[in-house]
Unconditional design. Sequence first.
Length: 363
Amino acid sequence: MDKSKATQTTSPRSKRSEGKPSSRYLWIYRLVAILLALALLAGLALYYILDRPAGRLQQTAYVFVRPGQDLETVIHSVQSRVWLRYPRLFTFLARREGLEAKLRPGRYAITPRMNMGEIIRALAEGEESPVTISVGALRTTEEISRHLSSHLMLPERELYQLLSDSTFCARYGLSTHSIRSLLLRGDYEVLWSISAEGLIDTIARHHRRFWNVERRAQAERLGLRPDEVTSLAAIVEEESAKRDEYPRIAGLYLNRLRRGMLLQSDPTVKFALEDFALRRILYAHLSVASPYNTYRVRGLPPGPIRIPRPTTIDLVLAAETHPYIYMCAKEDFSGYHNFSASYREHQVNARKYQQALNARGIK
């Protein structure tokens, strides 16, 4: 055998080691592949978690952030309203976002489809959700302040003090009594964190839109300012629940105003006494000393005795022209009234009603 040829011959084992990686490198490749696969799965899982709804809501919930609240308190509020699926991850993301330094007071809407990032972004960017306040037949400044502030971050006392400030009310050309005429029955949409002045400015803008050129011209034809029309509408609304009587009742009080007569409206006495449950006004009640007692003070009260409906204001602006200066509830308790142009006729109607009251034992 030729030795030179024998030395050039390569063993099968040597050929295999030259063409393929060693087992050590193969193990490393497999480990890297596994780690990449795990990272991909983790990324997909994290994407799924971050993209899906953050909580278990069935309908929109609201989170309220008050001045000075720390992040933990806000997160607890979110958890209690939203029922976060991953509260620890939410906390981590909120801290990474630096949410605590960005928090602003407000009312924030959390919808069922919002994910964690969207909730954090809404809180960080101060995307407040407005609140709707429905205003009904409110009467006193105290009642108005209590009702409005109960829907807002605004303290009741702060709002009451502002409405009782004659200098502030003069900005709108009104007194601390007539300032209530700015309010209209209906809905107001404002931010929960609105200031007292901002709230009154919003109410005043609604008032200006309502009192357009046409309505102001109608009020001028009646010889009244808008706030006086509102005061008259409040009396009309208190006097009767029958809307078809409103233009007639308004015409009656306008007749008395033009003649310089006392209005002698029973609802104004109730307001003066602050006893709105009174069912029957007695002579003893008529002596109460108050600018709202129209049995003693001529003209309209200094402010509305309730917040009337805008439709009532329009019916007052369309007051009937007639000779009536007296009215008395009908003895059949239908809610309607007997109207008369003479005191003699009025006395007859009043006796009928008083007898009906006595018969029913109403005092």
